[in-house]
Design a binder for this molecule. Structure first.
Ligand code: SF4
Length: 345
């Protein structure tokens, strides 16, 4: 059965033409009712008044995933929800309230095989890839079940998006459709640990408006090998080249995310190495506090650590964006999603 959440309105139109002998009129009506307005029951629409059992026949062949939120936890500015999938596996999503809008951080995999040393999800290993409709479902749930005005989407939840690139890019396309969610690519950010083949594949698609964020977290191979095992396969030299080669719109930049871990990657030497890595690259640095998970190995980053390290980079002329610690108390901070089942996730 085809899932409506894996289709753009154009895809739906083609599908209706092929399977029902109908076209754009019915496609737009269904798409608006379900994805834009959040009503999965489109049978009562005037578009179906004179069409006999057409709505029923469509509903019998077109799957509309059900939003099953099984757990929520939140503070005013960071709200986590857990979705139970068809096979009862769980994924987590986080709504972050920014100054004037809300951003949804979605998961792209159940678990993750990247094994980053500071991450709860990494302890799970990869359980399975999410399908496009399961990624889109998280936005549907946030907007229509939780009634949150989600404006931006970041692919930074559980999983490495470039390890599930086709499903993620299709989700980005569905979410961008103006007749449904209307979240254009310029309001979507894909985050990667620096999976070089995935960056090359993404670059070849030339989606110039989709933002890319690379989690760097260490600027020497010795330290990055330990924090992010992906570095052993794609060391900093290859990552740097992939960033250099990545097609960007004029004035565009890649975000370099750096999770600041006290006593691990926050020294003056680390700042020097980061400056050297970033030098000459079209990047902006995003400093993120480390959030100890359930079995956190290191202490949490304090806001003054971010200030101090940020100042070292600023001295060297780097553009730095800082994120303060938020969501930590509900295990909704960066690197805190998921975790091994026995640890209660
Ligand atoms: S930080 Fe991201 S890529 Fe690394 S293990 Fe966690 S979920 Fe995977």
């Amino acid at each position: 059965m085809h899932s409506l959440f894996s289709m753009t309105c154009g895809d739906l139109e083609n599908w209706l033409r092929l399977h029902m002998g109908k076209g754009a009129f019915h496609a737009k009506a269904i798409y608006r009712e379900v994805l834009d307005l959040g009503n999965p029951d489109f049978g009562g629409l005037s578009a179906f008044e004179k069409s006999g059992d057409l709505a029923l026949r469509i509903a019998g062949k077109l799957e509309i995933p059900e939003a099953r939120i099984v757990e929520t936890a939140g503070t005013e500015d960071s709200f986590k929800f857990v979705t139970a999938l068809e096979d009862d596996l769980r994924i987590e999503s986080v709504i972050l309230t920014m100054d004037r809008h809300e951003t949804l951080c979605v998961s792209t995999q159940v678990g993750c095989r990247m094994g980053c040393a500071f991450c709860e999800t990494g302890t799970m290993g990869l359980i399975r890839q999410l399908k496009t409709e399961e990624i889109v479902l998280q936005v549907f749930s946030a907007r229509h079940q939780l009634k949150r005005p989600v404006r931006n989407v970041v692919y930074m939840g559980m999983g490495e998006p470039l390890d599930n690139l086709d499903a993620v890019l299709k989700a980005a396309e569905v979410l961008a459709d103006q007749r449904g969610f209307n979240i254009p690519l310029r309001r979507q950010t894909l985050s990667t640990v620096g999976l070089v083949p995935g960056m090359e594949k993404l670059g070849a698609r030339r989606l110039k408006n989709l933002h890319l964020s690379v989690s760097l977290n260490a600027a020497t191979n010795a330290l990055r090998d330990v924090l992010m095992p992906v570095n052993r396969a794609f060391p900093l030299e290859r990552l740097r080249k992939a960033i250099e080669d990545f097609p960007l719109p004029p004035g565009g930049a890649i975000l370099l995310a750096y999770v600041l871990i006290p006593g691990v990657n926050d020294s003056r030497e680390d700042a020097k190495a980061l400056t050297a890595f970033a030098s000459g690259l079209p990047v902006r640095i995003n400093l993120i506090p480390y959030n100890p998970g359930r079995e956190g190995k290191w202490p949490a980053t304090e806001d003054e650590d971010i200030h101090r390290f940020g100042a070292l980079l600023y001295e060297k002329g780097l553009f730095v964006r800082k994120r303060w610690s938020r969501g930590r108390e509900v295990m909704a901070g960066c690197g805190q999603l998921g975790g091994r089942p026995e640890s209660g996730a």
